[in-house]
Ligand binder design. Structure first.
Ligand SMILES: Cc1ncc(COP(=O)(O)O)c(C=O)c1O
Length: 246
């Protein structure tokens, strides 16, 4: 970001997670809405941000649909994408919404099932309001956003975009999970078998797809690789040495 000329301001309050970064960015925007523009990174926030981000991300979905058909002569039986706020998943799903595909949004199961140990909002959450939108979220007893954890910093958000809550309630999409351990194993598996180093966020989708492939050995699975793992290499190598994953 700095190479491209941006001034990067780290968030220094609360849990210093994605939620606080969004709080902070909104605050800066509201202080100066005339000369600044708010560019949100996921399908969250007040209308029209969730729809705008979904439509931008759907370019990847429509391209993937065309390429999959070209390569196989069929549409995929299953779609798998990780869900933080839910933009890469929503962009993929929106291209296939009329098709007979099973769509799986994969949430971070982190290191346990207690509040604060994961960021699996659809799996464990309930209806609430955050950042100007109504959806399903992880909340404390007083309705404030709960603390969250994921090994992938892009997934540690206590809610999901409203369209994910809707599609999941309508049973059009399904919710899967991958925990921190499965995610690291998938990070190494894809790197070693395909030479593709996935982001830790995307590694959640890979981990779930590996479980799904065992359940559905004769069906095709399209996995959305939402990002490259270059940004995660130092963290992974230091904390989960390659020698331990032979
Ligand atoms: C590589 C990557 N994938 C996925 C996400 C999660 O965002 P979303 O759920 O909006 O796709 C992030 C967020 O920072 C990310 O960096």
């Amino acid at each position: 970001m700095r190479i491209l000329g941006a001034k990067v301001v780290p968030v220094g309050f609360g849990g210093r997670t994605l939620k606080e970064a969004v709080d902070s960015a909104f605050e800066a925007y509201l202080k100066d809405p005339v000369t600044s523009i708010y560019a949100i990174g996921s399908v969250v926030g007040p209308h029209p941000f969730p729809k705008m981000v979904r439509d931008f991300q759907s370019v990847v979905g429509f391209e993937a649909r065309d390429q999959f058909f070209e390569m196989t002569g069929n549409l995929p039986d299953n779609l798998v994408a990780c869900v933080g706020g839910g933009s890469n998943a929503m962009g993929l799903f929106s291209a296939f919404i009329e098709d007979p595909c099973e769509m799986y949004g994969v949430e971070p199961a982190g290191k346990g099932t207690k509040l604060g140990e994961h960021a699996a909002s659809l799996t464990y959450g309930s209806e609430g309001v955050l950042h100007g939108f109504n959806s399903i979220m992880l909340q404390n007893e007083d309705g404030s956003p709960a603390a969250v954890h994921s090994i992938a910093s892009g997934l540690d958000y206590p809610s999901v975009g409203p369209e994910h809550a809707y599609l999941s309630t309508q049973k059009r999409t399904k919710v899967g999970t991958a925990n921190d351990k499965e995610t690291i194993e998938a990070f190494y598996a894809l790197s070693r078998h395909e030479g593709i180093i996935p982001a830790l966020e995307s590694s959640h989708a890979v981990a779930f797809a590996m479980k799904l492939a065992r359940e559905k050995p004769y069906e095709s699975i399209l996995v959305n690789l939402s990002g490259r793992g270059d940004k995660d290499i130092d963290f992974v190598v230091e904390n989960f040495p390659p020698e331990d994953y032979k």
